[in-house]
Design a protein. Structure first.
Length: 316
């Protein structure tokens, strides 16, 4: 009996990896622009970190300036202003993290549960707009609102028979002015990522929870917050990286001789020592900035490890 012939296999068109890459060359070209940008503005300047370990002299350049090792860091830690500046920076950063971090989450949940979607869009737009105000305009608004003579806040206080308060001249009030103005400016912008995450929540979960008799708070806690928990943890980890960082422009513009006791932070101190001084000390300013960034990296790695151990939700 003659054996049936096997069907002829269809020819498979082989495309080499190089050919595949050439076919998507437009995507590679599009990705090249941000890569070049990051390399030029983020990696190339890292060469300047050497100044922290040298006595930088502009006429000699970074490489030929004399090496001093950890001398600049010793100067930093021995400085009489170091611990007060570090304390001010930590107070502003931790205060901003504790007070400001929950607000975007709360706003995103409120917007997500608004029955009037048109109203929720209006609220989102209004709260989003202040983010685009420059530091100069924002500080101008703050100065006008809190002015002792013409400010609306002191007008209200006078209406209640109280004495006007010099908000910008009392050192203990500076952290409150700095943090709450920042919360007003950035809450709407920061809420965008949480609003986007809440879109992925399955509506059937809410419908099933309503049928089972769950209250709104229970739905928020067990469905909404449980769904966006990975995003919350990632944002918290990223926030810890800037714990020694503050908004330089805003802090510097709000600063005056009366509130320097609490308004002098690392970023403003670096500017005054490294650039604005009559004899700029670039090496000392670079050492301060390097110390600030190293502490930020350590905090990010530490908080990420803690989050990974406790919740299993880490960035890496």
């Amino acid at each position: 009996m003659a054996m049936n012939k096997l069907p002829a296999q269809k020819a498979v068109n082989y495309i080499s990896p190089l050919r595949k890459r050439w076919n998507v060359r437009g995507l590679y070209l599009l990705a090249l622009l941000p890569v070049v940008y990051v390399f030029i503005f983020n990696y190339v300047p890292m060469y300047g970190v050497l100044m922290a370990f040298k006595r930088f002299q502009p006429r000699l350049g970074v490489w030929n300036s004399p090496w001093v090792g950890l001398y600049n860091f010793q100067r930093l830690f021995d400085s009489p202003n170091f611990f007060s500046i570090l304390r001010n920076t930590l107070v502003l950063s931790l205060y901003g993290l504790i007070a400001g971090f929950p607000f975007p989450i709360f706003m995103a949940i409120c917007i997500n549960h608004f029955f009037l979607k048109r109203f929720s869009k209006v609220v989102q737009t209004i709260t989003f707009a202040p983010h685009f105000l420059s530091a100069v305009i924002l500080v101008g608004f703050i100065g006008q609102i809190l002015s002792m003579r013409l400010g609306i806040v002191n007008h209200v206080l006078r209406g209640f028979g109280m004495s006007p308060i010099n908000f910008m001249g009392i050192p203990s009030l500076f952290p409150h002015v700095y943090i709450w103005s920042g919360i007003w400016q950035n809450t709407g912008y920061s809420a965008i990522i949480y609003i986007s995450a809440l879109v992925s929540v399955d509506p059937n979960l809410h419908e099933a929870a309503i049928i089972d008799g769950a209250t709104l708070w229970q739905r928020v806690w067990f469905i909404d917050l449980a769904t966006i928990r990975p995003i919350i943890i990632i944002m918290l980890i990223l926030s810890m990286g800037g714990i020694l960082g503050t908004n330089f422009e805003k802090a510097y513009l709000l600063q005056n001789p009366l509130n320097t006791e609490t308004s002098e932070v690392i970023s403003t101190y670096v500017y005054k020592v490294g650039l604005a001084s009559t004899r700029p000390d670039y090496s000392f300013g670079t050492a301060i900035g390097l110390f600030q960034n190293v502490v930020g990296v350590i905090l990010v790695l530490t908080v990420n490890k803690i989050a990974d151990v406790l919740t299993g939700e880490g960035m890496f």
